[in-house]
Design a protein around this ligand. Structure first.
Ligand code: TTP
Ligand code: MG
Length: 358
């Protein structure tokens, strides 16, 4: 039964470091602390920022923004190079701290993880106090700040960790989940992108309380399988477990067309932008060395999905174009969504062993 009785509720923490790469650079060079500062630029060979500190954000500077654009917004912006090895080391330090409190840790990226502390008996079983202890340990030992969300499931914990960033903690108690999720603007639900939010807004639906008025079948008609997930999230529900053994097998990005596009060359239009996004995401997930082959996903307007992948394909526009054209031939239907991805080779386990000994 959902929602579970209060005493059966899980205790999930979502941790997300604040302006992670920039925070580490500021720690190592305090002169950067109070001036607009970003990490990225030419050293990545792509001329985009990976992230920036909060003074830079006041100018409207954001992750994935071209450095040239950021410098127009703030000519005094300092841009430093990416030091992945250093960020990996801090990430390992964060995980060593997490393991003091639970073994149920699911990393999402270098600076972000879910922790299930339902069975933790420290601090009288208080997940809030565990989250506070983690935040203190990280601040003291690694000299960066992390924000935390504490609640009964992954979805609410993740939304909550973002609620009072930076250096914040937000706790949504079991009895408050219903009200919190009802008031939540639907664009904050993970998986709701620009197009989905736009469609809902055009129907006069802004919050999860608005979504609750729609029958699941209606949501499924509008958004396919994701419509059913949206129905669950709108009620504050998420039954996904924290999975410590999850290994990333692929990285992908996708875009839903504002209106379905006729099957043909027009579908290729978002390709360059999507490829940029995919490259940024691969870098962020720190898996560039594990890229094995390219794949594409196409969703037709009858909600059927096809994927095309081939050994030997690489992260280049021409290869994606060929895969997409092959996929488009499979059904003579307009296209609703297009995705690009890469499959990854299995993780090197010796890295993990090192991790465990840290
Ligand atoms: P995020 O957690 O998304 O961002 P952040 O930690 O910099 O800032 P926030 O305080 O909002 O959490 O990403 C973690 C790191 O991943 C970030 O420091 C740099 C890297 N990254 C990229 O390289 N490219 C990107 O597009 C994004 C979003 C992040
Ligand atoms: Mg972060």
């Amino acid at each position: 039964m959902y929602p579970p009785a209060v005493e059966d509720a899980k205790k999930i923490i979502h941790i997300d470091a604040d302006c992670f790469y920039a925070a580490i650079e500021m720690r190592d060079n305090p002169a950067l602390k109070d001036i607009p500062f970003a990490v990225g630029g030419s050293s990545t060979g792509r001329g985009v920022l990976t992230t920036c500190n909060y003074p830079a954000r006041a100018f409207g500077i954001r992750s994935a923004m071209p450095t040239s654009h950021a410098l127009r917004l703030c000519p005094d912006l300092q841009v430093g190079p990416v030091n992945m090895e250093k960020y990996r080391e801090v990430s390992r330090g964060m995980h060593a701290i997490f393991r003091r409190y639970t073994t149920l840790i699911e990393p999402l990226s270098l600076d972000e993880a879910y922790l299930d502390v339902s069975s933790n008996e420290k601090f009288g079983g208080s997940a809030t106090r565990v989250a506070e202890a983690i935040r203190q340990d990280v601040a003291r030992e690694l000299e960066i700040t992390v924000s935390a969300g504490v609640s009964v499931n992954k979805f609410i914990a993740k939304v909550a960790s973002d609620w009072q960033k930076p250096d914040g903690i937000t706790v949504i108690a079991p009895e408050d989940v219903d009200q919190f999720s009802a008031a939540l603007p639907v664009k904050h639900v993970p998986g709701v992108g620009r197009v989905t939010a736009g469609k809902l807004s055009a129907m006069g639906l802004q919050t999860c309380a608005d979504i609750r008025k729609l029958e699941p079948i209606k949501l499924a008609q509008l958004f396919g399988k994701f419509g059913l997930t949206l129905h669950e999230r709108a009620h504050g529900r998420d039954d996904r477990l924290v999975n410590p053994n999850r290994e990333r097998k692929s990285v992908s990005v996708e875009t839903t067309f504002a209106t379905d596009v006729a099957n043909g060359k027009d579908c290729l239009e978002p390709l360059p932008k999507l490829l940029d996004d995919l490259e940024a995401r691969i870098m962020r997930a720190d898996v560039a060395e594990r890229v094995q082959k390219a794949f594409v996903k196409i969703k037709f307007n009858d909600f059927s999905t096809t994927t095309v992948e081939k050994m030997g394909t690489r992260l280049v526009e021409d290869d994606y174009k060929l895969l997409l054209l092959e996929g488009l031939e499979r059904k003579a239907l307009p296209v609703r969504l297009m995705g690009l991805g890469v499959r990854l080779t299995p993780e090197q386990k010796d890295q993990l062993t090192l991790d465990m000994e840290a």
